[in-house]
Design a protein around this ligand. Structure first.
Ligand code: TXA
Ligand code: MG
Length: 326
C-alpha cells in the first residue's frame, strides 16, 4: 500500500522518516514529481531502478537542500559556482566530477566519474531535503518509458503499490524536467533542455554546445543513457561462469564457486536489488584487486535476468562486450 501524505509538517516528517529508513517516497518539485530514495544508500538507489522498471542503469540526479551541500560532493569550478549561485534553487541540474569520498552511491552515477546535482526550489522539496539531511536521488516518478508525472495522482497511476509513499504538494509549476548542463569538460554542454533556458545559461557562460557530453565524445556514445557503458573494467569479463579458474577473480551471486582466491559477493541471499546496489562497487574492486594480484579475468556467476536482474545483465553484457564496441 502506498501512503498518500499531505504536504504539511506531519507529512514531511513521515516522508523523511521513510526515506532515512531506505524506503522510496515520491515528492513534488517545481519541475515534475521525483521518485526519491536516500542517495547514500545503495540499496535504496537500486530499488528506484526496480520500481521504475528501468531496463538499464541510467544515472540519477542527487537533490540537495542548498548550494553549499551540493558542492561538497562534486568538484565545482568557478563556472559551476556562478551558475549555481544564479539558478539554484531552481530547475537546473549540473553534471560535475564526483569528489573523492563522495558518499552518493556509485549506482546513482551508473558507474561514471560524474554526478548530476540539483537544488530544487519547491518549498516542500526543500523542507523534505532539510529534514532528511542527506541527498535524495530522484528520477521522474513514472514507470520507465511513460510520461513524467506532474501531480500525485499521476504518480499513483504508475507507481501505486511499488513505493512507500507520495508526498502530495499539488501540481508542479514548471511541468517539464530540469535543464541538464554538463560542466565536466572545457566547454559547457546542454544534455537536456528544460526549466532554465539555454539563452539564460549562455548569458552567464558564453556559447553552450548541445548533445554529447565531453566524456562520450571520446567513446562515440550517443545519449546520456548509453553512458552506462562508458566504464568498463580493464580486465576482461566472462559471464555465466559455472566454474572458476585460479587466474580469475569472481563476482559472486550466492555461494561462491570454488577455486578462486578473490571474491566479491554481490548478494549472499541472491537478491537482485542488493546485487544491483553492489554491482559497480564490485566491478571496480575486483578490477583493482585482480590487476594487483596478476589475475587475467573477472568471472561472473549467473544472475537471473528478471526484474532488476535485466538491468544488471545489460550492464554486465556491456562490460563483457569485445572492447571498442561499447
Ligand atoms: O526535473 C528533473 O530533473 C526531475 C526532478 C525529479 O528533479 N528529475 C528527472 O530525472 O528528470 P530523470 O532521471 O528522469 O532525468 C535525469 C537526466 C537523464 O537524462 C540522465 O541521463 C541525466 O539526467 N543524467 C543524470 N546523471 C548524469 C550524469 N552523471 N551524466 C550525464 N547525464 C546524467
Ligand atoms: Mg525521466
Amino acid at each position: 500500500m502506498t501512503e498518500v501524505l499531505t504536504a504539511d509538517e506531519n507529512g514531511v516528517a513521515r516522508a523523511a522518516h521513510l526515506l532515512c529508513d531506505g524506503a522510496l517516497v515520491a515528492f513534488g518539485t517545481e519541475t515534475v514529481y521525483g521518485l526519491g530514495g536516500d542517495a547514500t544508500n545503495a540499496e535504496a538507489v537500486a530499488a528506484i531502478f526496480q520500481a521504475k522498471g528501468r531496463p538499464r542503469f541510467n544515472p540519477l540526479i542527487a537533490h540537495y537542500a542548498s548550494v553549499d551541500e551540493a558542492v561538497r560532493h562534486v568538484q565545482a569550478d568557478d563556472r559551476a559556482l556562478s551558475v549555481a549561485q544564479r539558478f539554484w534553487p531552481g530547475p537546473l541540474t549540473l553534471v560535475l566530477p564526483r569528489r573523492t569520498g563522495c558518499p552518493v552511491a556509485l549506482l546513482a552515477s551508473a558507474g561514471l566519474e560524474s554526478l548530476a546535482v540539483r537544488v530544487p526550489g519547491h518549498p516542500v522539496a526543500q523542507a523534505l531535503l532539510r529534514r532528511v539531511g542527506r541527498p535524495i536521488a530522484a528520477p521522474s516518478a513514472n514507470r520507465s518509458g511513460a510520461v513524467s508525472p506532474t501531480t500525485a495522482r499521476h504518480v499513483m497511476d504508475g507507481l501505486a503499490g511499488r513505493i512507500a509513499a507520495v508526498l502530495d504538494s499539488g501540481p508542479c509549476a514548471v511541468g517539464v524536467e530540469s535543464t541538464v548542463l554538463d560542466l565536466t569538460g572545457e566547454h559547457p554542454v546542454l544534455l537536456r533542455p528544460g526549466g532554465v533556458s539555454i539563452e539564460d545559461l549562455a548569458a552567464l557562460l558564453g556559447p553552450i554546445g548541445r548533445g554529447l557530453p565531453p566524456a562520450s565524445e571520446a567513446t562515440g556514445l550517443r545519449s546520456p543513457g548509453m553512458l552506462a557503458s562508458h566504464y568498463a573494467p580493464v580486465l576482461p569479463v566472462r559471464l555465466n561462469a559455472v566454474a572458476a579458474a585460479e587466474d580469475e577473480v569472481l563476482l559472486a551471486f550466492g555461494p561462491p564457486l570454488p577455486g578462486t582466491r578473490c571474491v566479491f559477493q554481490l548478494s549472499a541471499g541472491q537478491s537482485v536489488i542488493e546485487a544491483a546496489s553492489r554491482l559497480f562497487e564490485g566491478m571496480r574492486w575486483l578490477d583493482a584487486e585482480g590487476r594487483q594480484t596478476g589475475a587475467r579475468r573477472i568471472a561472473v556467476m549467473p544472475i537471473p535476468a528478471t526484474g532488476l536482474g535485466l538491468a544488471i545483465a545489460d550492464r554486465l553484457q556491456r562490460a563483457a562486450a569485445p572492447r571498442g564496441t561499447a
